[in-house]
Design a protein around this ligand. Structure first.
Ligand code: ATP
Ligand code: MG
Length: 401
């Protein structure tokens, strides 16, 4: 026996001539996300994607993993009824029988008392029309389940019947996916990933639009601990459900921070550090073929995220810097973090490299010429190249459920 799931794809299905390309990509992504369950088959038929798993694969795990594939709008566990070669009347009778046994189970396990049937024929050659499918299956259920009543407005169960070529499907639940576009359909970008709440959400959002993402993380070991680094790896691990395998470069920023602290005005420390982060990230991005840098910055959140600070930060690099959270409030960002499952890990209290040499009164309106004058006291090129050369690569593999 196997379990069957119907997957609906949203926007990716609307992309005109590219539709087959997007759908093929989506099928590949679903297969990848479910690869821990052996014997999974995924195929697309007439605009829907059908997933078959062995019965041993726990449905809740399959649903969770599949719903985290970008491009998936919703997914339903379904009962598949073969009807090829049957007369329509006989097919509907068979569907009615299966509906009765399904509803008897629901009465038993959940105390269901009301229902309605929503029938559709996707196969227009099927001789019974949609409203009649609903009526006939509904009548069968009423006859077979004496305690049930029809409620068309607020039923305990809305039973969907979908008649397609060769098969009919019965399903009830629709689990929402995240929509978006299949991963890999929109280039590759490099996320500056801290252990905080924001940057994992930024990573999620860019991947949600189809961008392959990799990460660079800065630490200040031994000022920041091994456990702080573990936390970032845990966050990346959670994100693999959405982003697939993640390559993460880690770099010790301490040598640069020490140079800045000894040679530059204290209140400029943060903005100077941020410009170095950008330069290092950009050099890695160019080497790795990343088209953009991505950060979790949000306008006005802290001193280094005022409009003036962001302008000065951007002036250090030529690659586009994407800030998907720029106009969001912290509460909105936190809601997304909770929804995608990163929040609880993000709030664990470990030190970040940015907090190591935090100035008491950071500049909030930095002037580019003054910042550049401060940087003239440092050998920027040499420091950046040394940092890039010291980068260590960690591969974060996809988690199992
Ligand atoms: P987050 O929750 O992402 O840590 P934040 O509000 O703490 O954000 P900052 O610490 O000012 O903000 O950092 C702004 C952005 O800079 C982060 O969203 C992230 O993209 C990047 N960043 C900060 N610290 C690091 C780090 N240690 N390694 C890599 N990127 C970082
Ligand atoms: Mg941070």
């Amino acid at each position: 026996m196997e379990n069957v799931y119907i997957v609906r794809c949203g926007e990716s299905a609307l992309k005109g001539k590219n539709k087959p390309y997007f759908e093929r990509m989506l099928v590949q992504r679903i297969k990848k996300n479910l690869k821990e369950f052996e014997g999974v088959a995924v195929e697309r038929i007439d605009g829907l994607i059908f997933v078959r798993t062995p019965e041993s694969a726990p449905p809740e795990d399959v649903l969770k993993k599949a719903s985290r594939v970008f491009g998936v709008d919703s997914i339903s566990p379904a009962i598949e009824i073969p009807i090829a070669g049957m007369e329509a009347e006989d097919a509907v009778k068979l569907i009615g029988e299966r509906a009765v046994s399904y509803m008897l189970q629901q009465i038993e396990s959940r105390g269901v008392r009301t229902f309605k049937v929503d029938g559709r024929r996707a196969d227009k050659s099927f001789a019974i029309q949609s409203p009649d499918i609903s009526r006939k299956v509904g009548a069968a259920v009423l006859k077979g389940c004496k305690v049930l009543k029809v409620d068309v407005h607020e039923p305990d169960v809305c039973l969907y019947v979908n008649v397609r070529r060769g098969f009919a499907y019965l399903y009830e639940r629709k689990i929402s996916g995240y929509g978006g576009l299949p991963l890999g359909s929109n280039g590759k970008g490099l996320v500056l990933l801290s252990g905080g709440i924001d940057s994992p959400v930024a990573m999620f959002l860019m991947a949600h639009r189809g961008m392959n993402v990799e990460a660079v993380h800065f630490h200040s070991y031994p000022y920041t601990s091994e456990r702080a680094f573990e936390k970032v790896k845990d966050l990346a691990g959670i994100l693999t459900d959405y982003c697939g395998r993640i390559r993460m470069f880690s770099i010790n920023l301490l040598p640069i921070q020490e140079q800045i602290v000894s040679n530059c005005p204290e209140e400029e420390t943060t903005i100077l550090v941020r410009r170095f982060m950008m330069r290092i990230a950009e050099r890695i991005a160019k080497r790795e073929g990343d088209l953009m840098l991505i950060t979790g910055e949000s306008l006005g959140q802290v001193a280094s995220q005022t409009a003036a600070s962001l302008v000065v930060t951007d002036a250090a690099v030529s690659l586009p810097v994407m800030r998907p959270l720029i106009a969001m409030d912290k509460t909105q960002i936190m809601d997304i973090a909770r929804d995608i499952g990163t929040f609880e890990t993000s709030i664990l209290p470990f030190e970040d490299c940015c907090t190591v040499f935090l100035p008491k009164h950071p500049v909030t309106q930095p002037k580019l010429d003054r910042i550049e004058a401060s940087e003239a006291r440092l050998d920027v090129e040499k420091l950046v190249q040394a940092a890039v050369d010291s980068a260590e690569l960690t591969i974060i593999s996809q988690r199992e459920a």
